[in-house]
Design a binder for this molecule. Sequence first.
Ligand SMILES: Cc1cc2nc3c(=O)[nH]c(=O)nc-3n(C[C@H](O)[C@H](O)[C@H](O)COP(=O)(O)OP(=O)(O)OC[C@H]3O[C@@H](n4cnc5c(N)ncnc54)[C@H](O)[C@@H]3O)c2cc1C
Length: 388
Amino acid sequence: MRIVIIGGGVMGSALAWWLLRDLAFSGELVVVERDPSYRQASSALSASSIRQQFSIPVNIAISRFGFAFLRRVDGLLAVDGEAPALSLLERGYLILAGERGESVLRANHEVQRAHGVEVALLAPDELRARFPWLSVEGVALASLGLSGEGWFDGWALLQGFRRAAIALGARYLTEEVVAGERRGSRAMAVRLASGERIAGDIFVDAAGPWAGRIAAMFDLELPVEARRRCVYMFETPEPPAEAPLLVDPSGFWCRPEGRGFICGRPPSPEEDLPDLPLIAEDRFFEEEIWPHLAHRVPAFERLRLHSSWAGYYAWNRFDQNALLGPHPEVENLHFMAGFSGHGIQQAPAIGRGIAERILHGRYLGLDLSPLDVERLVAGRPLREQAVI
Ligand SMILES: Cc1cc2nc3c(=O)[nH]c(=O)nc-3n(C[C@H](O)[C@H](O)[C@H](O)COP(=O)(O)OP(=O)(O)OC[C@H]3O[C@@H](n4cnc5c(N)ncnc54)[C@H](O)[C@@H]3O)c2cc1C
């Protein structure tokens, strides 16, 4: 059997590793990755944080598995005794809601508690007592993750999967897929920019923000597009100690990183256009983020912007959730796409799930079927309420 994975980011590489360590696999595994420096790949530009505070049980289960995986990564992904230096830090997300967001926060809390998440709702006075550096003005309620949340080095995770997959026999080709060949309900081959044709038995679209373009090469429509998200890094003379990852009702998120902090916020819907150049504009930070940061954390009034970068979310226009598994119209073309900003934490679980689906025809561990790409065709969205 020959499996061809298009895209060797964290998803494609996680899948390659899970496939090759499964005894049911025999044959050849090719990962076509056009840029081994990953300059524009989401996995290299991610804020790499992991949370359990989702609104949908399957996303909660995926992250719970992910966190357990990250904790054990040394034993799992070490090659020649060298494990990826993930620097996993366990620190909760603190999600603040104003009056308008309070009912959603409470509804999410119910789902999370029912699925074993350790999470606490805090009223403004409890919040003030616990985080004295925070202004609670305009906050009706907060939700704090008590375990299984935090952040890590996403680049190290990507490289860890990639190195471990290569050690097991994955062949990474530095090539660009430029066309697909399909006969009826089967994908037959991909064409590379070099002119080479690679035939295969199974194909996987793991092309991140460009997954929609790969789908189109097989005459399929996938509502996934590249939406720019900017990250700003700053330092401040008196940083709040032991800060969690903060999500503000105004839309910004912020968390410690090294000696400073990183932060970002989604642009307005009118400005959120596909394929914008990967440039983080200082103006956006100064006008749209800083005033809110300084309002929420007065110590941030004296911050100094240090650096910035921009990366693409693989935005799923349909329902902002992963699109997984074989396409109903092309049975041997699997998708790992549309992660809409929460993919890096999902890579361990989704890599395993898609490997099971390919090799065993069904999910053996976590049931990821609510995320089947088939829901697109059925017109049945599964909307995630907690998109950051
Ligand atoms: C600013 C930012 C912050 C984020 N924060 C978080 C977070 O805190 N937590 C979280 O869980 N997630 C976060 N994410 C999302 C997360 O990083 C992604 O969901 C995840 O990295 C997706 O991995 P991927 O492998 O699907 O995509 P990618 O890493 O983009 O990999 C896709 C690969 O496909 C290759 N490719 C594309 N087209 C072709 C082609 N035609 N031929 C050959 N190769 C091709 C590309 O070169 C690329 O390397 C964030 C993303 C961004 C941009």
